[in-house]
Design a protein around this ligand. Structure first.
Ligand code: MN3
Length: 199
């Protein structure tokens, strides 16, 4: 059985960037819903129940056709949100380390360029989805976006940092103002955690 992970901080910790009510609903109802529906889809599929969600997403072609879409959507939702929560922190804006800065320089021409490119993916994603910083199998960094709850893992990519741009992630506080949510979100990125994922 897949389990809803506990958050490494309080629902209020990310205020004023993300309000406590949004965090609570997002974690318990949305992420919780993906976990419940993933477990329901996998019921009776004993061989699949022992696989990690990342492993399921990387091997969707081995999942029976009748539950493939449910595993893709809800497994993706579970994996994406698990990564999202641990990418955030509420101790005030942090700076990426020198090591991270040099990676941004190498692959994007600098931190500001990376930020701009990532932001464009977050703003240009029509409807619901995610913006991502990912590593490809050659350990090159790139930014992209995915629709719905699709995970970069499905395409053999390793997610390093993800931003949820579904309206449920920001609507209570920002309504239709996605650009303001995205801009403020940079203040709560946990760069130390991002760096760990690069290793
Ligand atoms: Mn979400």
């Amino acid at each position: 059985m897949h389990q809803l992970p506990k958050l490494p901080y309080d629902y209020r910790s990310l205020e004023p960037v993300i309000d406590a009510k949004t965090m609570e609903i997002h974690h318990t109802k949305h992420h919780g819903g993906y976990v419940d529906k993933l477990n329901a889809a996998l019921e009776g599929h004993h061989d699949l129940l022992t696989m990690s969600v990342e492993n399921l997403l990387a091997n969707l072609d081995q999942v029976p056709a009748e539950i493939q879409l449910a595993v893709r959507n809800n497994g993706g939702g579970h994996a994406n949100h698990s990564l999202f929560w641990t990418s955030l922190q509420g101790n005030g804006p942090q700076e990426p380390s020198e090591k991270l800065m040099s990676a941004f320089k190498q692959f994007f021409g600098g931190f500001d360029n990376f930020k701009n490119e990532f932001t464009q993916h977050a703003l240009n994603r029509f409807g619901s989805g995610w913006a991502w910083l990912v590593a490809n199998p050659d350990n090159q960094l790139l930014v992209l976006s995915t629709p719905n709850q699709d995970s970069p893992i499905m395409d053999g990519l390793k997610p390093i940092l993800g931003l949820d741009v579904w309206e449920h992630a920001y609507y209570l506080q920002y309504q239709n103002r996605r650009p303001e949510y995205v801009e403020n979100w940079w203040q709560i990125v946990n760069w130390a955690e991002v760096e760990k994922r690069l290793e």
